[in-house]
Ligand binder design. Structure first.
Ligand code: SAM
Ligand code: SF4
Length: 329
């Protein structure tokens, strides 16, 4: 088992399979773009599958594909099918633009859970946030995934004076459709011009929701073990909503996640800058299981080592971290 000094069992691996993306979300990708890693230094399809297989042998039970945009990888179909053969729960986080082309592959591979990122229900605002005009495609693909029977979660990064006024519109989406809308507190990464005054906290979100519906109609529902979110449902609505409070109420004590970047570096926390180069070791024929265990032993208790909210909230503390597009969320 991949177990750390705080007895946290890590059985959930998130693999970023590409650094490329067909959107340019301002909170994720710096406006000047990112320096892409040269292809020879990225994991190939076979390396992704082999490293994943080794880690499944160490106790990984769930794998989520992410990126960049995982579905723009030229061999995305083959990677999904390959991972589908492993004894794991397979999931994906995508911006949804071309997800309709993958429905058969998902079904064939046993992938049932799709998280789609959509931060606004307004086409013009979508262009402001993502610097591209794909709103209609993403929304219609969300409906298509629901119709096809997938478990769909919609990820919304709430940013003050950008999309915070759409909170209730997003909740109304859950009235007649069985999706989960997940509001994510805005997190700091290199190049995303973060400061917490732009973030919207779980407290503020709940105050707005309770203010609109009345707290008697806002039901707190059960969280699953290791959930990073707190789950809720508006009385009588088909879908649910959740809040991921990584900044104001982090969930580090139950963390079971470990991340592999597209260039084969293992990361034990979103906020930590230390990485372990698995890919080079793999290519040299070394035993990567030892490196995985060393990486997890170095994991700190909370917030990537930032002692408290004040430390975490200093924007200059995050300049050394990668941009989110290079980590994968
Ligand atoms: N391209 C895919 C997508 O957008 O869903 C997968 C990669 S994206 C990096 C994964 C998730 O990270 C998305 O849901 C995105 O909204 C979230 N994310 C990116 N930057 C973030 C930030 N600064 N704070 C919070 N969440 C962020
Ligand atoms: Fe691309 Fe996803 Fe980042 Fe948006 S959030 S820029 S879609 S990787």
């Amino acid at each position: 088992m991949i177990i750390d000094r705080y007895n946290r069992v890590h059985d959930y691996l998130r693999i970023s399979i590409t650094e490329r993306c067909n959107l340019r979300c301002f909170y994720c990708m710096p406006s000047e773009g990112i320096q892409l890693t040269p292809k020879p230094h990225l994991m190939s399809k076979d390396e992704i599958l082999d490293i994943a297989k080794t880690m499944v042998g160490m106790g990984i039970k769930k794998i989520r594909l992410t990126g960049g945009e995982p579905l723009v990888h030229k061999e995305a179909h083959q990677i999904i099918e390959g991972l589908g053969k492993l004894p794991i729960e397979l999931a994906i986080t995508t911006n949804g633009i071309i997800v309709d082309k993958f429905i058969d592959t998902f079904k064939k591979s046993g992938l049932k859970s799709v998280n789609v990122s959509l931060d606004t229900l307004d086409r013009d605002k979508f262009q402001v946030i993502t610097r591209r005009d794909y709103f209609n495609r993403v929304l219609s693909n969300i409906y298509k995934l629901v119709d096809e029977g997938f478990k769909v979660k919609v990820n919304v990064v709430l940013i003050r004076d950008t999309n915070d006024y759409e909170l209730i519109d997003f909740l109304e989406l859950t009235k007649n459709i069985n999706i989960q809308v997940r509001f994510i507190e805005f997190m700091p990464f290199s190049g995303n011009k973060w400061d917490w005054s732009k973030g919207v906290s779980i407290k503020e979100i709940l105050d707005t929701v309770n203010g609109s519906y009345g707290d008697k109609l806002v039901n707190r529902i059960e969280d699953k073990p290791h959930d990073t979110c707190k789950n809720y449902q508006i009385d009588g609505y088909q879908g649910t909503f959740a809040i991921i409070s990584s900044i104001t109420q982090p969930f580090c004590s139950s963390c079971n996640r470990i991340r592999l970047t597209a260039d084969g570096k293992l990361r034990n926390c979103l906020f930590a800058t230390d990485e372990t180069d698995l890919l080079t070791a793999y290519r040299n024929g070394e035993d990567i299981t030892k490196l995985v265990m060393e990486n997890i032993q170095a994991k700190v208790a909370e917030r990537g080592g930032w002692k408290n909210f004040e430390e975490l909230a200093k924007p200059e503390n995050h300049n050394k971290n990668r941009s989110m597009v290079l980590i994968g969320g």
